[in-house]
Design a protein around this ligand. Structure first.
Ligand code: HPA
Ligand code: ZN
Length: 329
C-alpha cells in the first residue's frame, strides 16, 4: 500500500508554508540572520515542540518563524517544501501563507510574497510541481488588520488565488471577518476558512462559513458530522473539506479517522493533507498512509482533491486523467 500511495499522483490543499520550517533550516536561517535560538541541537528543538491543543501549537509555530526575515529566506522555505512535495509525487499544491505573522514583526509584505512566488516559479520549471498561493488572515488579530492586509495584497492579486483564515479560533468566529470576505470576493479571490476540529461552537462556525460567508471550501471541518443538515448543504453545494489526520492527532484526542472515513462514505469531497508537517511529523504520503484506506478510497480522495482545486478546468482534467491512468495500471 505504501508503494501504491507513493506512485499516486497527489494534490495538497491544506499546507501552511510556515509550518514546513524544519529544524535544520531553522538553524540555518537563524545563523544567516544572526538570531539566537534557545536550543543547541535539532533534537533539543524537537523536544521543545510540546503541544496538545491549537493554542499551544500556535505558540511554537509563531516563535519558530522569527528566523524568516528576507526574500531569500522565504524562497528557501518554499523551495524546501516543494522539493519534498515533488519527491512524494505531489503534482499540485495550494499553499497558505500568513503575511500578518511577518508584517506584525516588521517584515514587509512584498518581501514575503516575492520570495514565495519566485520559489513557485522555479519549482514548476525545475521540478514539474505546480503550486498557487492562498493568503490567510490571522483570526486572533482585529478584522481591520485583515482588511488592511487584503488591500495591501491587491497589487499582487495575480499571484494569489484565494484567501483563508487561520490561527486561534476560540472567540474568533467567521462572522468577525464577514466584511473582509465580502471585499475579497469582490476582488476576485476564492474563499476558504479554517473550521478547526473540536472547537468551542464548531458547528455554529461551520454554519456561518457555509450559509453566511458562503465559502468555496472549508479547512478541517470534520465537526460537520454533528449536524446532518449541514452535511446535506455541503453535499448539495459540492464544498470540499481539507482534512489533516496527523495534525488532528496532535491538537485533539485523535486523528479523527472514523469521522473522515464516514464523510468520505457519505460522498463529501474529503481530501487528505499535512497542515504543518515540520511540527506534526508527516507530509502528505504519511498522512495518506495513516488512515489505512483502501485503494479505491485513496483514488477517491485524490479525485476529490484535483476536482476541488482552484485550477482552470483544463488543468483539473489533465491531472484527473493522469490519476485515471495510474488507477488502470
Ligand atoms: N489551524 C489554525 N491555525 C493554523 C493551523 C491550523 O491548522 N496551522 C497553522 N496555523
Ligand atoms: Zn491549517
Amino acid at each position: 500500500m505504501k508503494d501504491f500511495i507513493a506512485g499516486l499522483p497527489k494534490c495538497e490543499l491544506h499546507l501552511h508554508i510556515e509550518g514546513t520550517l524544519e529544524p535544520e533550516l531553522k538553524f540555518e536561517l537563524a545563523q544567516r540572520n544572526g538570531i539566537a535560538l534557545p536550543y543547541a541541537t535539532v533534537e533539543e528543538m524537537r523536544a521543545a515542540y510540546a503541544f496538545d491543543d491549537l493554542p499551544s501549537f500556535l505558540g511554537v509555530y509563531y516563535e519558530g518563524m522569527r528566523v524568516l526575515r528576507t526574500e531569500p529566506d522565504f524562497y528557501d522555505l518554499a523551495m524546501a517544501y516543494l522539493r519534498k512535495a515533488a519527491s512524494q509525487n505531489v503534482r499540485y499544491a495550494e499553499i497558505f501563507f500568513d503575511p500578518q505573522a511577518h508584517t506584525s514583526r516588521g517584515v514587509p509584505f512584498d518581501v514575503v510574497i516575492r520570495g514565495l512566488r519566485r520559489a513557485l516559479m522555479d519549482a514548476h520549471a525545475q521540478l514539474g510541481v505546480r503550486a498557487q498561493l492562498i493568503m490567510c488572515f490571522l483570526r486572533d488579530f482585529q478584522a481591520e488588520y485583515a482588511m488592511a492586509t487584503l488591500l495591501e495584497s491587491l497589487p499582487y492579486k495575480e499571484w494569489i488565488v484565494g484567501v483563508g483564515l487561520d490561527s486561534d479560533e476560540k472567540g474568533n468566529p467567521p462572522a468577525k471577518f464577514a466584511a473582509v470576505y465580502e471585499r475579497a470576493r469582490q476582488e476576485g479571490y476564492l474563499l476558504t476558512m479554517h473550521c478547526d476540529v473540536d472547537q468551542e461552537n464548531s458547528v455554529e462556525h461551520i454554519r456561518q462559513c457555509v450559509e453566511d460567508i458562503q465559502v468555496n471550501r472549508i479547512d478541517h471541518g470534520v465537526n460537520i458530522l454533528e449536524d446532518p443538515s449541514l452535511v446535506q448543504q455541503i453535499l448539495d453545494k459540492g464544498i470540499g473539506l481539507t482534512c489533516c489526520p496527523i495534525s488532528n492527532s496532535y491538537v485533539t484526542d485523535s486523528m479523527k479517522a472514523e469521522g473522515i472515513r464516514k464523510l468520505l462514505d457519505l460522498g463529501v469531497r474529503v481530501t487528505i493533507n499535512s497542515d504543518d508537517p515540520a511540527y506534526f511529523p508527516g507530509y502528505v504520503q504519511e498522512n495518506l498512509e495513516a488512515l489505512e484506506l483502501s485503494r479505491e478510497e485513496l483514488l477517491q480522495v485524490q479525485r476529490n482533491a484535483f476536482e476541488i482545486t482552484w485550477l482552470p478546468r483544463h488543468l483539473k482534467d489533465a491531472y484527473l486523467a493522469e490519476l485515471e491512468t495510474y488507477a488502470k495500471q
